[in-house]
Design a protein around this ligand. Structure first.
Ligand code: KIV
Ligand code: ZN
Length: 530
């Protein structure tokens, strides 16, 4: 595949930047590195690794990803301010000639008036100067006129012209609030292609939010109109209703070749499912079962008529094969006698890659599970990989053990009989405490709060059986509202166990250990730009 091919669509992944803006989706350094490694294996062209000026942790993560990367361009976001650009340029520098800085400034009337309090000419000047300055530090500069889809087209063209003249190699046209409509958005791209002098010196990029569920449709319409970079996230995670979903936009262009003649991307489709699972696990944001391409039901054929048709010829009801997106369809069973070679072979067949460093931890978890569970399915194995990777350097508090009991039934006082005794450790010190609650999970939350000295409640709780059968592992994904030192944050957590109270305790503690990432961070949307 030739990356200079004019029909090659550049896939710009912003899971680690816009995706991390999803409430509760904060990630630690090891997790961001793992996602970046997976994105490179998946074949994305550009990884937007973060917003370096937002916090020291963000800066360090972007820098570490730039150092560890081997083939993708690594991009850091910056407002059109010298201080932001300096930080972003410094963070991406270790990527060498693959370093990119992404500068943005809002251009729509509503943002000019209410957020920036700036006139049009001031916006053009600030954008031009920001790009020119960034260009003195890094060669590959992208510019985004934030809220472009609600900006007057003539003014948008003026800004785009100015930043291309100042040296921007990519001009991104964000549909920041997900207001765009496919035909209008495509018209806007065509308008820019015909009204901006020298537009061919830059790649036109699109960045669509999903507030009306149109992010993928808008991105596809823009590609048909000539855009050649799509900004997207794994599972479509992102601010509010999220961003354009990478797996959907890529598969739509691939399956509907008739609509996208000659168009290619560098994505290895067979790694889509593994990447989706990893991001679900790390962010604690579960997918709805019917999510296109990678959801649990995407290839499940429940109705008898469908099953009959699919068995005769899968194309009756399947427009792409599960294998083409890496969904594990075999139920080849591993058990306690299976060794490292068998596990590695299964992982390879599923397109899941585990580093040598993570392999011993994975095998330990596999053996422990195989002792408890007769048959270890593909889904179990993927869940174990996620568990081995997740929270690698996170554990401030670790869960040693838990004992819980609950009375069931409608009798008076039965619920209040739920109790939990928990032992947690921190820096080698163990603390045991017990509490009663409205149910075993409530009792667990109360003990953990007391031991960790915080206030907290569960806002959202989901339990999913990883595979079939009474001994299936339960995966708990929750969002907790936590308060410490007067600051309230919403944090995601995830836990896996064959016992659901145990999985809940792991998930809640995961959220507690994660709360530090949310505190004191600069939000690029609310921070003034100039
Ligand atoms: O949605 C948006 O406008 C953004 C910009 C920073 C590109 O995320
Ligand atoms: Zn965005």
């Amino acid at each position: 595949m030739n990356p200079n091919d004019p029909n090659r669509v550049i896939i710009f992944d912003t899971t680690l930047r816009d995706g991390e803006q999803s409430p509760g989706a904060s990630m630690n350094l090891a997790e961001k590195l793992e996602i970046a490694r997976t994105l490179e294996l998946l074949g994305v062209d550009v990884i937007e690794a973060g917003f370096p000026v937002a916090s020291v942790d963000d800066f360090n993560a972007v820098q570490a990803i730039a150092k560890a990367s081997t083939r993708a361009r690594i991009c850091g976001l910056a407002r059109s301010l010298k201080g932001d650009i300096d930080r972003a340029a410094e963070a991406v520098k270790p990527a060498g000639d693959r370093a990119r800085v992404h500068v943005f400034l809002a251009t729509s009337a509503i943002h000019r008036t209410f957020k920036l309090n700036k006139a049009k000419d001031e916006i053009v000047k600030q954008a031009r100067e920001a790009v020119a300055y960034a260009k003195t530090l890094i060669d590959d500069i992208e510019f985004s006129p934030e809220d472009a889809s609600r900006t007057e087209p003539e003014f948008l063209a003026e800004v785009v012209q100015a930043v291309i003249d100042a040296g921007a190699k990519t001009v991104n046209i964000p549909d920041t609030v997900g207001y765009g409509y496919p035909s209008d958005y495509a018209d806007l791209i065509t308008y820019l292609r015909t009204h901006v002098k020298g537009i061919d010196r830059a790649v036109i990029s699109v960045h669509c939010h999903n507030d009306l569920g149109l992010a993928v449709a808008n991105s596809l319409a823009a590609v048909r109109a000539g855009a050649r970079q799509v900004e997207c996230t794994i599972n479509g995670i992102g601010e509010r209703a999220g961003n354009c979903a990478l797996e959907e936009v890529v598969m739509a262009m691939r399956v509907r070749k008739d609509q996208f003649p000659g168009i290619t991307t560098g994505i290895d489709g067979q790694r889509l499912y593994g990447a989706s699972r990893l991001v679900q696990s790390i962010t604690g944001l579960p997918l709805q079962r019917n999510k296109a391409v990678v959801g649990d039901n995407a290839f499940a054929h429940e109705s008898g008529i469908h099953q009959h048709g699919v068995l005769k010829n899968p194309e009756c009801y399947e427009i792409m094969t599960p294998a083409s997106v890496g969904v594990p369809m075999t139920n080849l069973v591993l058990g306690k006698h299976s060794g490292k070679a068998a596990v590695e072979k299964r992982l390879q067949a599923m397109g899941v890659s585990v580093t040598d460093a993570d392999m011993p931890k994975l095998m330990e978890a596999f053996k422990a599970l195989a002792d408890r569970k007769k048959e270890v399915y593909d889904g179990d194995l993927i869940a174990l990989v996620e568990e081995a990777v997740r929270g690698k350097t996170l554990a401030v508090w670790s869960l040693d053990w838990i004992h819980s009991s609950a009375a069931a039934g409608a009798g008076a006082g039965a619920a209040a009989l739920a109790t939990a005794t928990v032992r947690l450790s921190k820096a080698g010190e163990a603390v045991i405490d017990a509490a009663t609650g409205d149910g075993p999970v409530d009792a667990v939350v109360k003990v953990i709060n007391r031991i960790c000295g915080i206030e907290g409640t569960i806002e959202d709780y989901r339990l999913r059986a990883v595979t079939k059968g009474g001994d299936a592992q339960g995966e708990v994904s929750l969002r907790a509202k936590l308060t410490a030192n007067g600051q309230e944050v919403s944090v995601g957590g995830k836990g896996l166990s064959t016992d659901i109270v145990h999985a809940s305790a792991i998930a809640y503690l995961d959220a507690v250990n994660r709360m530090g990432f949310q505190v004191g961070r600069l939000d690029y949307r609310t921070a003034a730009n100039g």
